[in-house]
Ligand binder design. Structure first.
Ligand SMILES: [Zn+2]
Length: 680
């Protein structure tokens, strides 16, 4: 037993004030050892029951997961050199443990025995579902393969990991090594001062005169939107779309890596008995089969196409009448679109910040949660990792505690960028006690400019806050007792964004905006005219944007669905074929977007890129129900709670959705929400 180590203290809330870096290594090693002992003990039993098989394994893995989760969380929000070293040092050991467990034939067999023995009195629905998920995941990890196949499987997994890492490195290096160097100041017309200043110091750092522009997003995006010199835009465009390809520096060429990745993924899928990698990927997805996702994309593209065509005409007309550009090219699109946007909407995103004081937004959000779910959110005194962090307790209408969440909103040194929700503790009810769920809500908003005033959010940041809060509620409001399927656990990968994007919709609802915004003098709300302009600006160029997302999604599905492309030519042929149907903007022959498509070749989105649009369809459709049927917030919330967010991973998310909406999802609400069709 390990004493006085805060990481091994599993009282409900993590103990942050007594956290010591020197505790990390002994705690994690001890918990892995304990889990290994439990696994060995369970493996040696002759009979398997729920209580002496599934429960002890779950408990041991949960303890390790909670301790390691706390370390990972602190590594993300208060990163120090010491903590990072220990974290990276222990990471392979922890990953190895999980990988060994996922391929442990004895445990798989024991779980199978518990499942096979299921009878009306032995297992309830939650336990059956949990075991089905577990057994499926064991099979997807290759536990059912013979020794020779298992070896091939492991080799393929290793090969894929290193190919993906190489792909990602090539994109990064190809992006980093390129600069556009300009010595003539006259050619910088139109560029924002901040970008010019940044380019000046970049040139200086490389001992060059003039200005050096890079392909990194903070430079590339405003450059393409505002550089008046058309020749420079063309040069930057070409550099950007040929990154890490056969048209760029040969040492960063991803062509062969892409072909190798597709080949290895296909082999892995076939080894596990699937027709293609896409089919393997869909084994854990709500969309169930690739065809359903493809059909959805086709339907969206058909609806978006005519809008995209007319948007393209608007761009062409404006370009020739106002900007003297008679043949609109891909490197003109952002530039022309930005000019039209500035003329039409007259406000910049940053101008909206003054209308959203943080306190009012947070209070308005908590009021909304109360209207939807009848819960109260109360601030609690607690140990935290930074003085600006707050802990909240969520209570139901009877005053019973449902769960807790930490809210860490402000950017600071040593904190990873971006916004996310993470689970600290999952709900789990055993015969002895109930573990109450706990979550982290993390954002990177700018803090107040001086100590006595409030911080202000851009509208985009308000959406982020609502989004992450949607994930938190999904995790806390669960009524499922089994840990593996409670809260966000066991929910299909392409359905987890439904509760979060559902909340985002409220940021476009005037009734809610009135409650979370104020006017410039600090009372009342923002002007309604301005809000209407925001809605119009949101939908600007939505046809072209939708087609673009559809093109990426369909490309991703097609290359993983059929037998893998054997050469770059074959791959580009697939892309050309679908561009004919999906793109209204002509693309030059040298465009190599697959070579930097890291989401699918280096990230977790292979045969899954469609899920961005999928989640938008689901959330808009779910949100649309309240408007269609003039339901009150309380009615919508009660139904959403009952059919979706209380259910965790107990049912398929499609069943949840149908339970809520009364039918399968369709795209009409999203088309309305993005201005691609008029409200019925
Ligand atoms: Zn999310």
């Amino acid at each position: 037993m390990i004493k006085n180590n805060a990481l091994c203290d599993f009282k409900n809330l993590p103990s942050f004030s007594s956290f010591k870096i020197e505790d990390v290594r002994p705690a994690i090693k001890y918990l892995i050892e304990q889990a290994e002992n439990t696994i060995e003990q369970v493996s040696s039993q002759c009979e398997s029951t729920w209580e002496d098989t599934v429960e002890p394994i779950t408990a041991a893995v949960d303890r390790l997961g909670r301790a390691w989760g706390q370390v990972g969380h602190l590594n993300s929000v208060v990163n120090t050199e010491d903590l990072r070293v220990i974290y990276n040092d222990l990471l392979p050991e922890v990953s190895d443990f999980y990988s060994r467990l996922s391929q442990n034939k004895e445990i798989y067999q024991s779980f199978n025995n518990v499942y096979d023995a299921k009878g009306p009195n032995k297992l309830n629905g939650e336990r059956i579902k949990l075991l089905e998920n577990e057994l499926r995941d064991y099979r997807l990890s290759g536990v059912g393969l013979n020794e020779r196949e298992q070896k091939t499987y492991q080799e393929l997994s290793k090969k894929l990991a290193s190919l993906s890492a190489k792909f990602s490195d090539n994109v990064l290096d190809a992006t980093d090594q390129y600069t556009l160097n300009i010595t003539d100041f006259d050619r910088l017309k139109g560029l924002p001062d901040a970008i010019i200043a940044e380019a000046k110091s970049k040139a200086k750092s490389m001992h060059k005169t003039g200005w050096s522009f890079t392909l990194k997003a903070p430079c590339w995006v405003p450059f393409m939107e505002s550089c008046i010199d058309r020749g420079l835009r063309q040069e930057m465009y070409r550099a950007y779309v040929t990154r890490a390809s056969d048209c760029g520096a040969p040492e960063y060429d991803n062509s062969k890596i892409i072909i190798d990745i597709l080949g290895a993924r296909c082999k892995k899928a076939k080894l596990l008995g699937f027709d293609s990698f896409a089919h393997l990927s869909f084994a854990t997805k709500m969309a169930v089969e690739p065809k359903r996702a493809l059909d959805l994309m086709t339907e969206l593209s058909l609806k978006a196409r005519s809008r995209a065509e007319s948007e393209y005409e608007i761009l062409k007309d404006y370009a020739s009448s106002h900007l003297d550009i008679s043949n609109l090219m891909p490197w003109d699109i952002s530039f022309v679109a930005q000019k039209i946007k500035e003329e039409r909407y007259t406000f910049k995103d940053e101008d909206l910040r003054q209308y959203f004081p943080l306190k009012r937004c947070v209070n308005g959000l908590f009021d909304l949660l109360n209207s939807l779910y009848g819960v109260s959110v109360l601030e609690k005194q607690a140990e935290v990792w930074n003085p600006s962090v707050k802990l909240y307790e969520v209570k139901d209408h009877l005053g019973h505690s449902i769960g807790y969440f930490y809210m860490d909103l402000f950017a600071r040194n040593g904190k990873r960028s971006g916004a996310w929700m993470d689970d600290a503790v999952g709900r789990w009810k055993t015969g002895r006690h109930t573990q109450i769920p706990v979550a982290y809500l993390v954002c990177n908003f700018p803090s107040a400019t001086n100590k006595s005033s409030d911080a202000y959010l851009s509208h985009n940041e308000v959406e982020t806050l609502f989004h992450e809060c949607g994930h938190v509620m999904h995790h806390l409001m669960t009524q499922i007792d089994e840990l593996g399927i409670s809260g966000i656990n066991g929910v299909e990968w392409d359905a987890v964004e439904l509760p979060s994007q559902f909340m985002e919709n409220f940021c476009w609802d005037w009734n809610i905006i009135k409650k979370i915004s104020s006017n410039v003098s600090g009372d009342g709300h923002m002007p309604e005219d301005l809000f209407k302009k925001m809605v119009e600006a949101k939908n600007f160029m939505s046809g072209i944007q939708t087609l673009r997302q559809v093109e990426f999604s369909v490309f991703d599905l097609l290359v993983h669905l059929d037998s893998p492309a054997g050469s770059l030519e074959e791959l580009m042929k697939i892309l050309e074929g679908l561009r004919k149907d999906l793109s209204v903007i002509p693309v030059p022959e040298y465009n190599r977007f697959p070579h930097s498509f890291s989401h699918i070749f280096a990230g977790g989105y292979a045969a899954g890129y469609y899920s961005y649009k999928w989640a938008e369809v689901l959330s808009a459709d779910a949100f649309g129900m309240s408007q269609e049927n003039s339901m009150s917030l309380g009615e919508v919330g009660a139904k959403f709670l009952e059919e979706v967010i209380s259910k965790g991973g107990l049912r398929s998310s499609l069943e949840n959705f149908i339970g809520f909406r009364g039918r399968e999802p369709n795209i009409d609400a999203l088309l309305q929400h993005t201005g691609l069709s008029e409200p019925a």
